[in-house]
Design a protein around this ligand. Structure first.
Ligand code: ADP
Ligand code: MG
Length: 345
């Protein structure tokens, strides 16, 4: 066989990949110029699968700034999502990677929870103004149930999401909730390794991360779910800090400044200072709107999700059995039947 020079081979492969990328772009037609969302790694567009006429969401990530090809975040997102098949996790339908671009095709979901909040008067609330937050109690219950069920599924597949927040939760027209954006997620091995510092967007970030803990676990997702639950109840973010320290103080103001009695070992956390202001908690049920929206059992669940000590937080599995969910409205919750048996990508 004649020897083909290595460089020519590389160029051929590059050309092949570029052609395939173009073919892929033809397979899906973008229907709106404006992206649905723009985040850290790329853009998400509404598109149509020409063959089936199905509306899809196309997440396009440019790779050209990357020295080493496909960024590790993207590889992680794809390999994790391929493993997950659950009605509360956004479905990855197709993947294509060329040298310059990575495309992820997802089922299209009408809106994210942040946009949903806006439609329900969230942005118009001011402490002095009229109360306009009117999310029905059964919807609040259904959303938090679906979120915890999706997170429990991730955890049972040894995946910690690490970036749960309203922008990463999609809501379809039936009121079904789907967890998206696994860009920061990672599989955890046992024993839990040390993770890096920068993870969850500050408002939903667990206090152990904010205080610089090097070791943290699936319980960071439980905290985020708690912060989202409080937001669902009141129409206002629980801990809207403009920095890490501001978020810590917002947490302390609502839950009380923790000491070694409340949180064993807190003194040893790198960013904990004995000189922090000492706030006393008034109780989560005293936050305006919480008790009315959640009732006594809902308040108990919220308290369980927002425990300072990670291991004291209620696990997602246990939370699904909580009395608060006794009368959860199953008519607005997608069934999980057969999901695990479906063919995976
Ligand atoms: P990033 O990593 O850039 O934050 P996301 O996956 O969170 O990317 O997507 C950014 C935004 O695009 C989301 O906040 C949401 O508004 C929108 N979006 C993401 N996935 C979908 C989808 N499957 N259907 C409809 N909109 C989506
Ligand atoms: Mg996102």
């Amino acid at each position: 066989m004649p020897q083909v020079p290595a460089r020519a081979q590389d160029e051929d492969v590059a050309q092949m990949l570029d052609d395939a990328a173009m073919a892929f772009e033809k397979k899906y037609e973008r229907v709106e110029k404006k992206p649905l969302g723009e985040g850290t790694y790329g853009e998400v567009y509404k598109a149509v699968d020409r063959a089936t006429n199905t509306v899809v969401a196309m997440k396009r990530m440019k790779l050209d700034q990357e020295d080493e090809g496909v960024p590790s975040t993207a590889i992680r997102e794809v390999s994790l999502l391929k493993e997950l098949n659950h009605p509360n996790i956004v479905k990855l339908m197709d993947v294509f990677c060329s040298q310059k671009k990575l495309f992820l095709i997802f089922e299209f979901v009408e809106q994210d929870m942040k946009k949903y909040f806006k439609l329900h008067g969230y942005s118009q609330i001011s402490p002095s103004g009229p109360k306009q937050w009117t999310l029905p109690q059964n919807i609040i219950k259904s959303f938090i149930f679906q979120l915890l069920r999706g997170v429990e599924y991730c955890h049972s597949h040894r995946i910690v999401h690490r970036d749960l927040k309203p922008q990463n939760l999609l809501i379809d027209k039936h009121g079904h909730l789907k967890i998206a954006d696994f860009g920061l997620a990672r599989a955890f091995a046992i024993p839990i390794p040390k993770y890096t510092h920068e993870v969850v967007t500050v408002w939903y970030r667990a206090p152990e991360i904010l205080l610089g803990s090097q070791k943290y676990s699936i319980m960071v997702d439980v905290w985020s779910a708690g912060a989202i639950f409080g937001e669902l109840a009141t129409g206002q973010p629980m801990f809207p800090g403009d920095s890490e320290i501001d978020t810590i103080f917002k947490i302390f103001q609502k839950l009380g400044t923790p000491d070694d009695g409340v949180w064993k070992g807190i003194d040893a956390l790198p960013d904990f200072k004995k000189t922090f202001p000492k706030w006393k908690t008034k109780g989560l049920d005293k936050i305006e709107g919480v008790a009315t929206a959640l009732g006594p059992q809902g308040v108990k669940l919220l308290e369980g999700l927002l425990k300072y000590q990670p291991h004291e937080r209620i696990s997602c599995r246990a939370s699904l059995e909580h009395p608060y969910f006794e009368d959860v409205d199953h008519s607005i919750i997608p069934s999980v039947a057969h999901c695990e048996d479906e063919d995976m990508l």
